[in-house]
Design a protein around this ligand. Structure first.
Ligand SMILES: C[S@@+](CC[C@H](N)C(=O)[O-])C[C@H]1O[C@@H](n2cnc3c(N)ncnc32)[C@H](O)[C@@H]1O
Length: 271
């Protein structure tokens, strides 16, 4: 099961845009490193606002047919409106992965930043692989947040605030470092990982975009967090959190997240 802690609303769709702004180059380099032939039909699981369609089309287009699977109908309307060149056809399927029963197998299944919300990642990856034809591909990219927002030189105040924010996500059920477990999850799912790819943004001096995203991420989880008993101040404000982090990180290097990508090819059918 996927327990997604965010709402399906405009606030979340804006957050996904901000996330893609930071992650897109990392996904582009993962896809560039993947060896895959004959990819025409792609299943994008947890498609959201279609942030990955442009890079998928760059890598596998032209003429790509993408099926997007996501219970968030409004997000997929955004994806349908901004179809990138190279995508011939986008089919939104407003269902969850658990209930999806495709009538045809795909050449490739792709999933970015979804597994970290699953309570049984092995069962989910098995499910993902079941949608793919023999000889087809499973490509999953997920975050390793273990170095996320660490600063150098270290600020104890920054570390304490960031720790509190991360704890919030963990208690809301997010597996923050799913990227680190990906290879094991593939193996336990019966897939042979073909490659593991680690990509990271250049670590820079206090990038305000990281803090803006973090502020929105913690605020976006507030209802879920409240449901599991985490108190949150009523005045919790994404911009205020971002400004506080930015002020504490001023003059320091800030380390960003790593995205880990793992690819596997399914065996060809034995005749
Ligand atoms: C963090 S977003 C990632 C969106 C997109 N893959 C990207 O990289 O921008 C996770 C997405 O998974 C979707 N999701 C949540 N539960 C799901 C489920 N059971 N089956 C499929 N998608 C699901 C959410 O609605 C959300 O759009």
């Amino acid at each position: 099961m996927i327990h997604y802690p965010f709402e399906h609303d405009a606030e979340e769709h804006e957050r996904l845009q901000r996330q893609d702004d930071l992650f897109r180059p990392l996904t582009r380099s993962f896809l560039a490193a993947v060896e895959a032939e004959g990819v025409k039909r792609v299943l994008d699981i947890g498609t959201g606002t279609g942030a990955n369609h442009a890079v998928l089309a760059e890598r596998f287009g032209p003429g790509l047919h993408i099926t997007g699977l996501d219970p968030d109908r409004a997000a997929m309307q955004i994806a349908s409106r901004r179809l990138p060149p190279g995508v011939k056809f986008f089919e939104p399927v407003p269902e969850s992965i658990e209930e999806y029963r495709p009538d045809q197998a795909f050449d490739l299944a792709f999933m970015r930043c979804v597994l970290m919300y699953c309570d049984d990642p092995v069962a989910t990856v098995k499910k993902v692989a079941s949608f793919v034809r023999p000889g087809g591909y499973v490509l999953i990219q997920d975050a390793d947040h273990s170095s996320y927002c660490r600063t150098e030189p270290e600020s104890l105040e920054f570390a304490a605030l960031h720790h509190e924010i991360q704890g919030y996500g963990v208690t809301a059920g997010v597996h923050e470092n799913m990227g680190l477990r990906l290879v094991d999850v593939f193996v336990d799912s019966g897939l042979t990982p073909r490659m593991e790819h680690r990509a990271k943004r250049h670590d820079g001096v206090s990038d305000p975009r990281i803090f803006a995203l973090l502020g929105r991420t913690v605020v976006g989880m507030r209802r879920k967090a409240a449901a599991v008993g985490i108190p949150h101040p009523a005045e919790m404000d994404a911009n205020a959190i971002a400004s506080r982090l930015e002020a504490l990180a001023a003059g320091r290097r800030v380390f960003s997240s790593t995205l880990v990508g793992v690819a596997a090819q399914l065996p060809l059918e034995v005749s």
